[in-house]
Design a protein around this ligand. Sequence first.
Ligand code: FES
Ligand code: FE2
Length: 454
Amino acid sequence: MVTVHARPTVIHQAPPTGPGAITAERYVSAAWMAREADIVWPRMWLFACLERDVAEPGDFAVLNVGNESILVSRSQDGELAAFYNVCQHRGMRLAVEARGCSKNFVCGYHGWTYRPDGRLIVVPDNDRFVGGVDRSARSLKSVRVDSWAGLVWICMDQDAAPLREYLGPVADLVAPYRLEDMTLIGDQTVRLDCNWKAVFDNFGELYHVEHIHPQHKSLFDCPTAQVDLFANGHTSVIIDGHTVNTRLPIHDQPNGYLDQQLRMFGGDPAAYVGRVLDIRGDVQKLRRKAGPRLGFDFDGLSDERLSDVEQYNIFPNTMITVQPDNALIARARPHPTDPNRCLWDKFTFRMQPNASVAERAGVEFTPFDSADLEPVARPDHDEFDQDDIIAGRKTMTITIDQDIHLIRDIQSGMRSRGFDTARLCEDEDRIQHYHDWLNYFMDSCHTTPVAVRH
Ligand code: FES
Ligand SMILES: [Fe+2]
């Protein structure tokens, strides 16, 4: 095996409390889970839904996180709003559908009716309440809402820092990929038998890639990846793409994926026999040149971004993996009662070719695949069990399926009396950083209720 060193991890802001042990307790204990419900979920900015799902007046979408439920809506005057998804009469869940469009929210129990901006407008038989119901005092309870990169975020803490400040440098790093212009082509949720942090950790390290994702050795150079660690527990990794794992023997021929990518951008795969490591740099040039005729605007992206893949893990539970023409956003959500179970949402996006890009550049529009031009309807949400993946009835891409095959065994192992703390390698710096910030938030709550500021 060739010795290849990772690029040094860049620590932009270390957690104030320093490194700590990552114990099994945080994954398996009901008491720890209850503290997260008091401290983590109500204080952080959480990715709630897609902006396009609440684009029109009356549109709404629901985020369920543990026992809490948040309703995001677009009011008649076009403003984004978010509320606890609970009727102010006797506490019925107001919206039970994941998303939809409705002129008003009508409670399914006794018919109290709210406007999309949260105002209570109808109380059936108001005269049967002594003194009548003061409607202005019984509006829906609002939570903070903001949007970024085509995504709607909510925060239940009125004193937390604004979203952009919470995201820090991550906001500007992701912006040039124009996630907001990408088309949603997949909307899936898998129910997993593991703690929500166990699956999030899995996407915070590349140490396991050679062991369980053998296909990646001909796509990416994971051992040389660049890790960045940010304030508030956010992290990123940048992996050289359109290349091979340089820690392993380097093959002679461009494999199927590299072959296809070279052809797409006007390159000749035969010219790279014995020169596979030259492909990455040449793909950057070829893709830059081919972009306009293929209908892609890559002007905002550096050369490296035309060949590589970047992943941003945003504390506490959202992961964005992005390339110039596609993206994947995943989100871990806790189970309402069981620390050994969670939900893992996956949103898949694709940048569709756009004829106007070619027109602006004065070149003939020649999309690589005309099927890419077809309008894509918003996919329905598909929710299933990990057993559906293990049995091959469902897939979330081969790589994620491989992870899901293992994840319940990680959880059951951590429940053993024979396991107490993790021992991490440098490839797992992102996990350590994330958990140290988690410790900071969990601990600091006892002395200061507002700890999300930089
Ligand atoms: S609980 Fe909603 S109207 Fe009664
Ligand atoms: Fe994996």
